[in-house]
Design a protein around this ligand. Structure first.
Ligand SMILES: [Mn+2]
Length: 315
């Protein structure tokens, strides 16, 4: 499959790249790796601006932010990365592409591409993109390696999560040999917090609640909190880990109010509980240990629904 996709990308005159709403390091790293590898023939489209912490990656300044999918020009290939479901790319219309190629590692991937390279065993989409770029037989430079390393590094929580395997370290080793700098990436991602984010975290931690005999912990962020701290939704990245990170807690819940209405939910489990299953019951998806969904309800209603669904799972 990797060879087939390498051939499709090699032969395309124009490649348009897409990632999911609220892009993370894996999504941004994967698309920008392809952009840096193939150069001008690649356009990266996003409904959201690139989160500040990923703007050190080469090519991030060239990402085209669209309001409406009609602004996206047709291309030989639409390449969708790190996205299990086309509904996560706002307005996505694959009929504008010769071929829709999907590279992803979500368990809940629907196989919506014409060609799908989906491996839920993989730590990250970037690990899969690395295999595809290697299959072209051409050299991978330090900029490409840095993008790919960023995805592997962030999607494994800094090589901590259960999907961190020997192959993950093998890929990371090779990417470092190709020029990715682990300390530089670590500083950019985890040691360059905007002050507003830390202020928001302070407010968010004040909402901590334990549920179901301390096996579930929840945190939330309201629109008022963004207002008071001058922060943005992207500043909430990884807040959910503070809920999961408490001793005895098996599932962490993070809920944030959305400016467009409703809420976005992130769920993280330490292992035993399959949060992808819970998210799927609410129209979302993800991985066994990390999943999410969006709902048109209040924080309180959402929390109540989640707790009743989780009640059966944590027992
Ligand atoms: Mn990912």
């Amino acid at each position: 499959m990797r060879e087939r996709i390498a051939e499709i990308l090699d032969n395309a005159k124009i490649i348009a790249c897409f990632w999911h709403k609220n892009p993370d390091g894996d999504a941004v790293g994967a698309a920008l790796a392809v952009k840096n590898f193939y150069g001008d023939k690649v356009r990266v489209y996003s409904r959201d601006r690139v989160p500040e912490i990923f703007r050190f990656l080469s090519g991030s300044e060239e990402v085209i932010v669209y309001k409406d999918f009609s602004e996206v020009e047709p291309a030989d290939v639409f390449l969708v990365v790190d996205c299990g479901d086309e509904r996560r790319v706002p307005g996505f219309d694959g009929s504008k592409a010769g071929t829709v190629v999907v590279i992803d590692h979500h368990d809940t991937n629907t196989g919506f591409g014409d060609v799908n390279f989906v491996d839920p065993e993989s730590s990250s989409t970037c690990e899969l993109v690395y295999q595809v770029l290697k299959a072209t037989g051409r050299p991978i430079d330090a900029k490409v390696a840095e993008c790919l390393y960023t995805g592997v590094y962030t999607d494994t929580g800094g090589f901590k999560y259960a999907d961190t395997k020997p192959e993950t370290f093998q890929a990371a080793k090779e990417l470092v040999e190709l020029g990715a700098e682990p300390w530089k990436v670590a500083v950019e991602i985890y040691e360059s917090n905007p002050l507003r984010r830390i202020k928001l975290l302070g407010e968010c931690l004040g909402t901590l609640q334990l549920h179901l005999d301390g096996k579930v912990a929840s945190l939330f962020v309201t629109l008022d909190m963004y207002e008071r701290t001058g922060s943005l939704p992207e500043d909430t990245e990884d807040f959910v880990n503070y809920a999961r990170g408490i001793k005895g807690v098996e599932v962490g819940i993070f809920i944030r109010e959305r400016h467009e209405g409703g809420v976005k939910v992130s769920l993280r489990s330490k292992g035993r509980v399959n949060v992808a299953k819970v998210a799927a019951q609410l129209g979302g998806g993800g991985h066994v240990n990390a999943a999410g969904c969006e709902l048109d309800s209040t924080v309180e209603e959402t929390l109540n629904r989640l707790i009743s669904l989780l009640e059966k799972e944590v027992r």
